[in-house]
Design a binder for this molecule. Structure first.
Ligand code: SAM
Length: 283
């Protein structure tokens, strides 16, 4: 690489608590020629907190294709630039991909300054297995797309996680409860590193009840994490079979309810019997 080329730093910033910034992030943000930021007004306040008064240029989802070219030229001419988002690690459900792609295609150095990320912070306290997990970004916005997405994910064996906003957290958990068995473990991490940080982990039906009951649990920013389906749990009854058994158990013995459910659904008797026992125990 030519010595005159500049460089891009991809810098993580706090997701709430302003003390969560690395020494190196502050050093780099002070030392670069220019900072590309998602929302320049927001980032200016953040930077002022650390005594950084550097030049800013705005790079957001609506202009990033266009601006990538001009930033590339600046770096080619020898400038160093830092990319930051409003919070956390850039590119994790945040803008920046077109720029990084172009720089890499041109063989220009792109270097990460690692730090906070809501996803990783949430997983680290979830008590779910995280040696393998998938991150799904934001859940779809409409109920029908969300349900299709949850259905597709329901048999995934690794832990999976998605971001959710306060506007949709209740709708999202309600849709999740329609598509997944009620006993599936779900953890919601809310307002991490902030005053109202809350992490709630329990069976899906209980987590939904908590969020329905407590309006504070619908405020702020959320990471939702879902336990993967174990082989045993993967074979668990579907929400429809669960509902059918619940209704039958109101009127019949376990044996009759299971026999009828086998006849109606064609599912395995042992499976329905175990589910019926669990329902009868709880209700
Ligand atoms: N790039 C960021 C990161 O590294 O986490 C994520 C940006 S994305 C646009 C914003 C979403 O991240 C929020 O809607 C929320 O789902 C999640 N999030 C951000 N900060 C959070 C926090 N303090 N607690 C919980 N979730 C948070």
């Amino acid at each position: 690489m030519s010595a005159e080329l500049g460089k891009l730093y991809v810098v993580a910033t706090p997701i709430g608590n302003l003390a969560d910034i690395s020494f190196r992030a502050v050093e780099v943000l002070k030392g670069v020629d220019l900072i590309a930021a998602e929302d320049t007004r927001h980032v200016r306040m953040l930077l002022a907190h650390y005594g950084i008064h550097n030049k800013l240029v705005s790079l957001h989802q609506h202009n990033e294709e266009k601006i990538a070219g001009s930033l590339l030229e600046k770096i080619r001419s020898g400038l160093t630039i830092a990319l930051v988002s409003d919070a956390g690690t850039p590119l994790i459900s945040d803008p920046g991909l077109p720029l990084i792609r172009r720089l890499r295609e041109e063989g220009i150095e792109v270097s990460p300054i690692p730090g906070p990320c809501a996803l990783i912070a949430a997983l680290s306290v979830s008590a779910l297995p995280v040696s393998r997990f998938s991150f799904e970004g934001f859940a779809p916005r409409t109920a029908s797309e969300r349900k299709a997405f949850f259905k597709e994910k329901s048999s995934s064996q690794a832990t999976w996680a998605f971001y959710e906003s306060s506007h949709r957290i209740l709708a999202s958990l309600s849709d999740l409860a329609e598509m997944l068995p009620p006993e599936r473990r779900v953890v919601i991490a809310r307002e991490l590193t902030k005053l109202h940080e809350t992490v709630v982990g329990d069976r899906l039906d209980r987590v939904l009840a908590i969020v329905e009951w407590d309006e504070n649990m619908r405020k702020g920013e959320f990471v939702v994490m879902v336990e993967g389906a174990t082989v045993e749990k993967e074979q668990a009854v579907t929400p429809e079979q669960h509902k059918l058994l619940s209704v039958l158990l109101r009127e019949c013995s376990i044996k009759t309810a299971v026999d009828m459910a086998v006849e109606i659904t064609g599912a395995r008797k042992k499976l329905l019997y175990q589910a019926a026992l669990a329902i009868a125990e709880r209700e």
